[in-house]
Structures are given as structure tokens and as C-alpha cells.
Design a protein around this ligand. Structure first.
Ligand SMILES: [Zn+2]
Ligand SMILES: [Zn+2]
Length: 306
């Protein structure tokens, strides 16, 4: 299962009751944060999320509303005596941008590793969890910007009959079920595919913000259990503004959700001028019924089917 918490739902600037967009994801004890705008720490504190177990921070892009909370967050992680390395993933310029911000957070008790994104799509395995993949894909904003999917694979069911028929000793079943290959002293090799059925449907989460609608979003969000997407404007007549500033309206986000066949859409990154996002939901739901105008702190645990 994957725990998801949309820490903030604001775009451009934090408001008293709407902090800037940031997403916290937890899988198997590992924490992943996407973006860390100003006040991300406050949003985490409100939800009782500790900053110590953050292992990866992904950045969509380097506009201040997505990264200016980083130095303070790093200081807090340092004060919590974290020593494990922290991985940062983001568009070109990552190391330069982070090191500039680190002038005010220079001494940290942990190492920062950088993975700069180049090209249209890049995938990473979550360290120690090869079944969990983080994929970045390019979107269309007025600076280089990426969306992210996180996918948890689910292996096939263990086939006791196949294992017995192949004469595999029970003591190796556990290893094979975990996906390990077993080599015996006499050179016999047992591989997981000998005892596992077809891979089953896993879990997929997609997050995109600060972009116009793109094919890359439709393709990468395909069949997501949860699609979190910017909805900068609810007013239909703000489409020209959305085009000009490379953002989206609720209706464009809903159209992407429909095309990608996702299970649920959460809107986020609202314009500060958008006082009551819910007001525009009935019209949005005509395009994609399972749309939620998310509020700060909205959480869900995504689980395997059945
Ligand atoms: Zn933004
Ligand atoms: Zn932006």
C-alpha cells in the first residue's frame, strides 16, 4: 500500500488556509516529497508528518512556490539528527539551485545526492524497493517542468502446484516468492517465474502541476488509481489566462483524467483568486465525474485490489 497526503493545494502564494502545493508519499517506511514550497514544513506539522524519514525530494520545477521551503526543511531534517543520505530529483540545474539555497543551510549531518533529469522521461527505482518506480516525464510550463508517476508493481500469485511439480524444496519458496533467484550447490537454478503467475495490477499515482495539458500527461497518467493535477482556474473565461501563463482550468484537468482513464482526480494548485474551488465542481464533473476539489491535508491509502 502507498500512503498519500496532499499537504497543500495553493498555487503562487500561500494563504492562511491554503498552503502551497506539496505532496508527501510513504511506501514501506520510505518517505518521498514532491515539491517543497514555502510553508511545506507547517503543512507537514499540521498532519503530524516528521521530516526525518524523507528519503527522496522530487521537484517539478524551480519556481519559488515549489522550492522556497527547502532550506528550512533541510535545517529541520538536520536538527532531527538524520544521517542517511537524501536523494533529490529535478530538472536541469538542480544542484546549482539547491546549493544556492543551501547558503543559508550550509552544515547538514547527511549527504545530498542529486539526479538531474534530462530528456522527456526518466525512471528510478526506489532504493531497496525495486518494485516501486518513480518516473519523471516532461510537461509544458514556461520553464522546464516535469510530472511524476509512482508505480508499485504486484507480482503474480504463488503457484503451489507448479512449485511442487518442479520438485522445488519448500525452504526455497519464500525466496522465490520475494522475486529472488535460487542457485543450489549442484548448479540447479530456480527462478521466480517458475512459481509465480502473471503479474497482477499494481498501484499507480500521478502528480502534475504547472503545465498546459499534454499527451505526456495522458500517456503517463493512464489507468492511475489517483491523478493529482493542477486546476489553476475554475472560471471558464480564464482559459486565455491559463494558456498565457501555461496553467490549466478545472475542465482541462478533468479532460486529461477522462482521457487517461484514471480512477479519481484531485485538483490542486489553485490560483489565490479562486476563493471557493467547490463552486466549479458540478461543471467539472460533467467531464469527469470522479473529480475532487482537494483541500489541504487530503489523504488516502492506496491499496492493491482484492
Ligand atoms: Zn506553481
Ligand atoms: Zn510554475
Amino acid at each position: 500500500m502507498i500512503d498519500v497526503c496532499l499537504l497543500g493545494t495553493g498555487g503562487m502564494m500561500p494563504l492562511p488556509n491554503r498552503l502551497l502545493t506539496s505532496l508527501f508519499v510513504k511506501y514501506n517506511g520510505r518517505g518521498i516529497l514532491i515539491d517543497s514550497g514555502e510553508a511545506t514544513q507547517i503543512a507537514m506539522k499540521k498532519k503530524g508528518i516528521s521530516s526525518k524519514p524523507i528519503d527522496v525530494i522530487c521537484f517539478t520545477h524551480y519556481h519559488a512556490d515549489h522550492i522556497s521551503g527547502l532550506p528550512g526543511l533541510l535545517l529541520t531534517m538536520g536538527n532531527a539528527e538524520r544521517t542517511e543520505p537524501l536523494l533529490m530529483i529535478g530538472p536541469k540545474g538542480l544542484e546549482r539551485v539547491v546549493n544556492s539555497l543551501r547558503v543559508i543551510a550550509p552544515e547538514l549531518p547527511f549527504e545530498i545526492k542529486f539526479k538531474e533529469l534530462t530528456g522527456d522521461e526518466v525512471s528510478f527505482e526506489l532504493e531497496g524497493n525495486p518494485e516501486f518506480t518513480i518516473k519523471a516525464f516532461k510537461v509544458n510550463h514556461n520553464v522546464i517542468c516535469y510530472g511524476y508517476t509512482m508505480s508499485l508493481r504486484r507480482q503474480g500469485k504463488f503457484n503451489v502446484e507448479a512449485a511442487t511439480e518442479a520438485g522445488i524444496d519448500r525452504k526455497y519458496w519464500n525466496a522465490l516468492q520475494k522475486g529472488d533467484t535460487v542457485t543450489l550447490d549442484d548448479g540447479t537454478i530456480y527462478t521466480p517465474d517458475m512459481v509465480l503467475g502473471e503479474e497482477r495490477k499494481g498501484i499507480k499515482l500521478t502528480y502534475t502541476t504547472d503545465t498546459r495539458p499534454t499527451d505526456s500527461i495522458v500517456n503517463n497518467a493512464k489507468d492511475s488509481d489517483l491523478f493529482i493535477c493542477e486546476g489553476m482556474y475554475g472560471e471558464k473565461d480564464k482559459i486565455a489566462k491559463a494558456r498565457e501563463h501555461k496553467h490549466m482550468t478545472f475542465y482541462e484537468a478533468a479532460d486529461l483524467a477522462r482521457k487517461a482513464g484514471v480512477k479519481e482526480l484531485w485538483l490542486t494548485h489553485y490560483s489565490p483568486s479562486l476563493v471557493n474551488p467547490k463552486e466549479f465542481l458540478p461543471e467539472t464533473k460533467k467531464i469527469f465525474d470522479k473529480t475532487v476539489a482537494a483541500k489541504d491535508g487530503r489523504s488516502v491509502t492506496l491499496r492493491f485490489e482484492d
